[in-house]
Design a protein around this ligand. Sequence first.
Ligand code: KIV
Ligand code: NA
Length: 263
Amino acid sequence: MKTITLSTLQAYKRAGETFSCLTAYDASFARAASEAGIEVLLVGDSLGMVLQGHASTLPVTLDDICYHTRCAARGKGASLLMVDLPFMSNTSLERLLQDAGALMRAGAELVKLEGEAWMADGIRELTRRGVPVCAHLGLTPQTVYQLGGYKVQGRDSQRAEQIVDDARVLVDAGASVILLECVPASLGRAVREAVEVPVIGIGAGVDVDGQILVMHDVLGVTHGRTPRFVKNFMTEADDIQGAFRRYHEDVKARRFPADEHSF
Ligand code: KIV
Ligand code: NA
């Protein structure tokens, strides 16, 4: 695989070619995912749940994410490394810039943050300083207690329009990528059509530019009830590398997500 950059993702969007993304928290799994062809790796604050065993992403610290970023960066190969800003990095503009700077120094190539239109100023200041931003909209896990649980967002037309507007505002402010979590497939399509930048979906239907899943879900290392948008690719593979390849191929061919994984 050739080195993946933001320009590569832009070119995919223009060509109508989809791309795959997967979380990775260490060098070995980052390498395996990269060798499977997965274009974007995310050091997600989901590590608070899948690695640390917390019930939400809120306890994850900047130091936790920097540690896993340094680990994943050593194995990322040609994939693009996206990294999450932790809960409350947005308490001030100064803190936002400093925390994003720490992630970039640890190896991030794209910084992801949660937040709606009000994050426009922060995004403008980050991009001015050379920090590319992915804006995460829809179900934003850092606000799970405000949202009242992990629920599909944008089912009613008012909230759906708000999400489309937020995406436009944040792209105008400089966001290079939009990530949409847990929204109806029709809203995924609407956001993809509303903005010029690549839109990555998780539980956002098949009509977006890229797909992402949490690695543990792809490998079936889950407990309790799993969300509808998750698929265990180990059932169709002989080993972990095979499951990553299968996920990548199914995303590229738009076989994943199917209707059964969408809202
Ligand atoms: O932290 C994470 O893994 C994420 C993905 C679910 C998009 O933000
Ligand atoms: Na996250």
